[in-house]
Unconditional design. Structure first.
Length: 240
């Protein structure tokens, strides 16, 4: 990159480092208000086909692994960019914190097959049969690796943020919205599952939304520190 680029004039692409369209649908509207310089793209938008195997033992480790891999893959092509990745885990108290980091691949499957959302939910409900303590929490870690223009040359950084929400595992599926374990996770204080909420409501309180909002706050501080315009608006309503 040109290390003497003028701050405030260069486009910066936030790349959602996921191939999961459900995550993209949730996160994109939360990130579109960072700065007038920012464009939000997903891997599909960029025609990037890359799968990063989640080999770390923590949510933070996997999120950083994915952000770093996507940055390496695309930074030469995009120039100024921020790779933003997440890893999310459902942590059930009665299962000693499981499925945790293995939430996306919780249900046992034949060799070479990945479980679908429905497989994981069914297996969770089977494991929870007869258990009265149904307390659980959803936790997301967001990792960012980026390079942006600065008055003193390019600035590179890594940051992580976290969001968590407490709830309980319902006895049965409820609702048709969302994805993953949403139909069985009842949010404390709401009395409804994530799947009974629309995306706009979910984006005001979910674990992933809280982590992304903290990441946005961190980005705005970084931008302001390096003389880049940051929008003051925190409007995160679902686009129409």
């Amino acid at each position: 990159m040109n290390t003497m680029a003028t701050p405030g004039t260069e486009k910066i692409t936030i790349v959602l480092a996921t191939g999961n369209p459900d995550k993209v649908r949730e996160m994109r509207p939360l990130l579109e208000h960072v700065s007038p310089l920012v464009e939000v793209a997903c891997l599909r938008d960029l025609g990037a086909e890359i799968e990063v195997e989640e080999t770390e033992k923590t949510l933070e480790g996997n999120a950083l692994l994915k952000a770093r891999a996507i940055f390496r893959h695309l930074s030469g092509r995009l120039g100024y960019m921020i790779a933003l990745a997440d890893d999310t885990g459902l942590e059930v108290a009665a299962l000693d914190g499981a499925p945790g980091v293995y939430s996306a691949r919780f249900a046992p499957m034949p060799d070479g097959m990945a479980p679908a959302y429905e497989d994981n939910v069914r297996y969770l409900l089977e494991r929870m049969q007869g258990i009265t303590d149904r307390a659980a929490s959803f936790r997301t870690v967001i990792a960012m690796k980026g390079r942006i223009p600065s008055r003193n040359g390019d600035f590179s950084f890594e940051r992580t943020s976290e969001g968590s929400v407490k709830g309980t595992i319902d006895l049965e599926r409820k609702g048709t919205e969302g994805f993953g374990y949403d139909p069985v996770f009842v949010v404390d204080g709401r009395g409804r599952t994530y799947a009974e909420m629309g995306i706009a409501e979910k984006n005001t309180l979910s674990h992933r939304a809280l982590a992304v909002k903290q990441a946005v706050a961190d980005l705005k501080i970084i931008f302001q520190t390096h003389d880049l315009p940051a929008k003051l608006s925190t409007d995160t309503h679902e686009p129409r």
